[in-house]
Each structure stands twice: as C-alpha cells, then as structure tokens.
Design a protein around this ligand. Structure first.
Ligand code: PNS
Length: 161
C-alpha cells in the first residue's frame, strides 16, 4: 500500500493546499496530511484548530487523514510507514528551498522519496501568508480558501483588531 504524507504549517489551509491534497489522494492509497507542531512562525491558528479545519475540508476524501507531528518529518514518516513525501511547487522561487529540503530528507533516509506536484496555475500566487495579509486588510478571500476557513479568519482577525 502506497502511503503519502503532505506536510506543512497549514496556517490556515488554502484552496492551493486542497488542490495538492485531493490530487495526491487520487494517486496514493492513503494520504496523511501532517501539520507541523511548534512552528517557529508564531501561527495565527493553534495546531488543534489547523488540524480541525483540515479534517473538515477533507472530509469528502475517504483516503485522507489529518494528523500533527513534532520533530523530524522523516522520523514521523517512518513511524507511519509512509514511503512518499508530497510537496506542491508553485513557482521557480519555491524550487531552491524545496530542493534543499528534499536533499536533506534523502540524506536522512534514502528510502523515502519526495514527489513534487505542480500547483494548478490558478493558485500559483497563493500562500497562507498572502491569505492572512489580505484578511488583515479586510480584502475578500472567498476564492482562495474554503468557506469555513474564511469564516475562521474573519473571526480571528476581527477579534485581534
Ligand atoms: O508549510 P511549510 O511551512 O512550508 O512546511 C514546511 C515543513 C513542515 C514541510 C518543514 O518545515 C518540515 O518538514 N519540518 C519538520 C522538520 C524537518 O524534518 N525538517 C527537514 C530536515 S532539516
């Protein structure tokens, strides 16, 4: 059984993430979406909130499960017996960092492969940071995130103001 892991901060999940996750779910037997705990990035949403939003927006995908992890991704993947690490590539600017990560991960365990999925063109500019920035300035993010994430952003950022 081919098990893939889609790791990330998902602060919050965007339609771009969802595109990569759902396309991966068509290829692999099981896809584990793994939310990084203790991100240095000072997240807007807690790990539990990020996991819960992901669970709700992937509920229609029966072979997708959502989890969180701490420490090295490779160690988590071994524990889950996952063989493939899936990352989305948006633009050339992603390439250098992703190449570095894939090389380090291969050095740590050469039995785990990193597969890159080209992001759908319509999401090539999209990131969680951009979505948060737009939401802070009260711009519409309806086309960029699932409705429940839009609501959560309004509530969280509205509460901060
Ligand atoms: O959504 P992000 O923030 O780009 O995701 C980055 C992530 C979670 C994939 C990356 O930071 C990660 O794998 N962190 C866990 C620590 C690790 O294994 N690092 C790679 C070797 S240095």
């Amino acid at each position: 059984m081919a098990i893939a892991v889609c790791p990330g901060s998902f602060d919050p999940v965007t339609n771009g993430h969802l595109d990569i996750i759902s396309r991966s779910a068509r290829v692999f037997d099981k896809v584990i979406v793994a939310v990084l705990v203790n991100s240095k990035k000072n997240p807007l949403f807690s790990t539990d909130e990020r996991v819960e939003m992901l669970r709700q927006v992937t509920a229609h995908l029966p072979n997708v499960e959502v989890d969180s992890f701490e420490g090295l991704l490779i160690d988590y993947m071994k524990k889950k017996q996952a063989q493939v690490l899936v990352k989305g590539l948006r633009a050339v600017s992603d390439f250098e960092y992703e190449m570095q990560m894939a090389s380090v991960n291969r050095m740590l365990d050469d039995e785990i492969e990193t597969f890159f999925v080209m992001t759908n063109n319509q999401y090539s500019f999209l990131s969680s940071s951009i979505v948060k920035e737009l939401a802070r300035y009260d711009a519409k993010v309806t086309d960029l995130v699932p409705p429940l994430v839009e609501k959560a952003l309004q509530e969280r950022i509205g509460n901060q103001a």
